[in-house]
Design a protein around this ligand. Structure first.
Ligand code: SF4
Length: 479
C-alpha cells in the first residue's frame, strides 16, 4: 500500500551501468496521456523482493507520465504485486481483485494489472479466470509495462511472462514507496538456482543472476546522500551473489559486495536478506564482524531441524551442517542475532522429526522466526513426487508447538538485553504512542523509548533497555 508523496528528486532517475559509480541522469521518455494526468495505485504482497520490485515498477511508470496515488478510486491503473508462496497468499489476491472490480464497475476504463509471482505462475490462465483483469506481467517483464498499458488503454489485454537470464533492472532507480526516508531496500540479484522441493520461486522468478556491483554501490551512495541511514541488500539467496565484470573479468562475491557498501559511509547501516545455510561462508561472517555498520543480524532459514526431511526438501544441507554454521557465527560474533524460517508438517514428517525442529530452536537460540505449515504448491518437486500426507490438524498442532517454543526463546533472548545499552537508529513514531520513538538495534530488534528534545528519524541514539516482551525491547535514552 503506497502512503506518501514521492519527492521531486525521486522521479525518473536511472543508473547508467557503463558509467560505474557515476551520478544519475533524468531521462526524457514517451509520455502516456498528458503529463501528471494519469495515476496508478499499487499494492504489494509477499517478500521484500516484491516491495522492492513495486518501486522499480513505480519508477518505470513515473518515467512515462503515470503518477502514483494512494487513492484507489482516483487511479486510472490499479496494480497488485502478488505472492504465490502459499495457497493463502493467492486466495488473498483474488479477494483484492473483488475490491478492484467494484472500482472498475463505478469507473469503466480503469485498468487492472496483476504483477509478480502469481502472474508468472498462472500466466494467460489468469486472464481467462479473471475477466476484469487487463494486464498480467511477470517479475522479469516490467520494462514492457508502458507498451502493455498503452495497448490496454486501446482495449487490448496485455500479457508478458517471459523470464530472463539477464534482467536485473540495474539501470532503474526505484521510486521509493512507503518510505520513511531512513531505510531502503536494494535488490542485488534476482531469481534462485536452489530447487527446494516445496518452493515456487525458481518457477516464478527464474534463474539466479547477480546485478552489476557498481550500480548497487551507486544506489547505496545515492540513498545515503539523500539522508537514508540504512540499506537492506535483497536476494532470494544473497550468499551466492557473484558478479563478473564484463569489462575486466574482475569478480565480486557477497563478502566483497558487503565491504563495498559498508565503505560508503560509517553512518550507513547495512543489512541483507535472505541467507542460505549452504552458502554462508566464513569470509561473509568475518566481513560482517569487521565493520561496525554491517548489522549483527543474520536471517538463516532452516525450514526443518531433521536431516531426512531436509533431504526431501532438497535443502542441500543436513542438521549437522546447519548447526556448524550457527556455531561458527556465534564463535565469530557472540552478540549476533539469528532468525529463521520453519515449516511444520512437511510430507511424511514424523513426531520425532518434528521434535528435531523444536530442538533446533533451543540450539540456535533464534531471536525470532517466520513459521508456517507446509502448503503444497502446484508444479513444485514436492507436489509432483510426495503425497501431502500430514493431516491439517497435525500440521497446525505442530506449528503451534514451534510458535510456543520460539516465543519462549525470543523472550529469553530479549530478557538478556535488559540493562544493556544499544545504538539505535530512529525510524519514526512508536505505533502505540507518538510520545515514543521506535527504532532498531544492530540485532534487528525493535526498541521503543520516550522522545526527548532534538531528535528526528534518521538519528542514531543510545538506549538503555529496562523492559522486554518476546517481540519488543523498551528503554530509556542515555543522556
Ligand atoms: S532458496 Fe529455496 S526456499 Fe528460498 S527462494 Fe530459493 S528455492 Fe525457494
Amino acid at each position: 500500500m503506497y502512503n506518501n508523496n514521492p519527492t521531486l528528486e525521486d522521479r525518473g532517475k536511472t543508473i547508467d551501468e557503463s558509467k560505474q559509480g557515476a551520478a544519475f541522469f533524468p531521462e526524457e521518455s514517451a509520455v502516456l496521456g498528458t503529463e501528471g494526468s494519469r495515476h496508478f495505485y499499487i499494492e504489494s504482497y509477499g517478500c521484500q523482493m516484491n516491495f522492492s520490485d513495486s518501486e522499480i515498477v513505480a519508477s518505470i511508470l513515473d518515467g512515462v507520465g503515470y503518477k502514483p496515488t494512494k487513492n484507489m478510486e482516483a487511479a486510472d491503473l490499479i496494480l497488485i504485486n502478488t505472492c504465490s508462496i502459499r495457497e493463502k497468499a493467492e486466495y488473498n489476491v483474488r479477494q483484492r481483485l473483488r475490491v478492484y472490480n467494484k472500482v472498475k464497475d463505478q469507473k469503466p476504463g480503469t485498468l487492472i494489472g496483476v504483477l509478480g509471482c502469481m502472474a508468472e505462475r498462472l500466466k494467460e490462465k489468469f486472464l481467462q479466470q479473471e475477466k476484469l483483469v487487463d494486464l498480467v506481467v511477470g517479475p522479469d517483464a516490467y520494462r514492457d509495462l508502458p507498451k502493455l498499458v498503452a495497448s490496454a488503454e486501446e482495449g487490448e489485454k496485455g500479457l508478458n511472462v517471459l523470464l530472463s537470464r539477464e534482467e536485473t533492472y540495474a539501470d532503474i532507480n526505484p521510486l521509493r514507496l512507503n518510505s520513511n526516508g531512513v531505510t531502503g531496500f536494494i535488490s542485488i540479484m534476482r531469481g534462485c538456482d536452489n530447487m527446494c522441493s516445496f518452493c515456487v520461486v525458481p518457477f516464478t522468478r527464474g534463474r539466479e543472476r547477480s546485478r552489476n556491483a557498481f550500480t548497487i554501490l551507486a544506489e547505496a551512495t545515492d540513498l545515503f546522500d539523500r539522508g537514508y541511514k540504512e540499506v537492506t541488500l535483497l536476494g532470494q539467496n544473497v550468499d551466492s551473489y557473484h558478479w563478473k565484470n564484463p569489462e575486466n573479468d574482475g569478480e565480486v562475491n557477497f563478502a566483497q559486495l558487503l565491504e563495498m557498501v559498508a565503505k560508503v559511509h560509517p553512518d550507513l547501516r547495512v543489512r541483507f536478506s535472505t541467507s542460505h545455510p549452504k552458502d554462508i561462508t566464513d569470509e561473509v561472517i568475518e566481513t560482517i564482524a569487521s565493520f561496525e555498520n554491517i548489522c549483527k543480524y543474520i536471517h538463516l532459514p532452516v525450514q526443518s531441524g531433521n536431516s531426512r526431511i531436509l533431504k526431501l526438501m532438497n535443502r542441500t544441507y543436513d542438521r549437522e551442517w546447519y548447526m556448524e554454521r550457527v556455531k561458527r557465527i556465534y564463535e565469530i560474533m557472540p552478540d549476533c542475532a539469528i532468525s529463521s524460517d520453519m515449516i511444520s508438517g512437511f510430507c511424511t514428517e514424523t513426531e520425532e522429526e518434528h521434535q528435531d525442529t523444536i530442538s533446533m530452536i533451543d540450539f540456535a537460540k533464534y531471536s525470532m522466526s517466520y513459521m508456517f505449515t507446509y502448503s503444497e504448491r502446484p508444479g513444485t518437486l514436492a507436489a509432483r513426487k510426495y503425497e501431502d500426507d500430514i493431516p491439517r490438524e497435525v500440521k497446525k498442532r505442530r506449528l503451534q508447538e514451534i510458535i510456543d517454543r520460539q516465543a519462549e526463546v525470543s523472550m529469553e533472548h530479549n530478557k538478556k538485553d535488559i540493562g544493556k545499552t544499544f545504538k539505535v537508529l530512529i525510524e519514526g513514531d512508536s505505533k502505540k504512542s507518538d510520545q515514543d520513538w521506535r527504532g532498531r538495534n544492530s540485532q534487528n530488534k525493535m526498541i521503543i523509548f520516550p522522545k526527548s528534545e532534538n531528535q528526528k528519524p534518521g538519528d542514531y541514539v543510545f538506549v538503555k533497555v529496562n523492559k522486554a516482551t518476546s517481540a519488543t525491547l523498551i528503554g530509556e535514552m542515555e543522556k
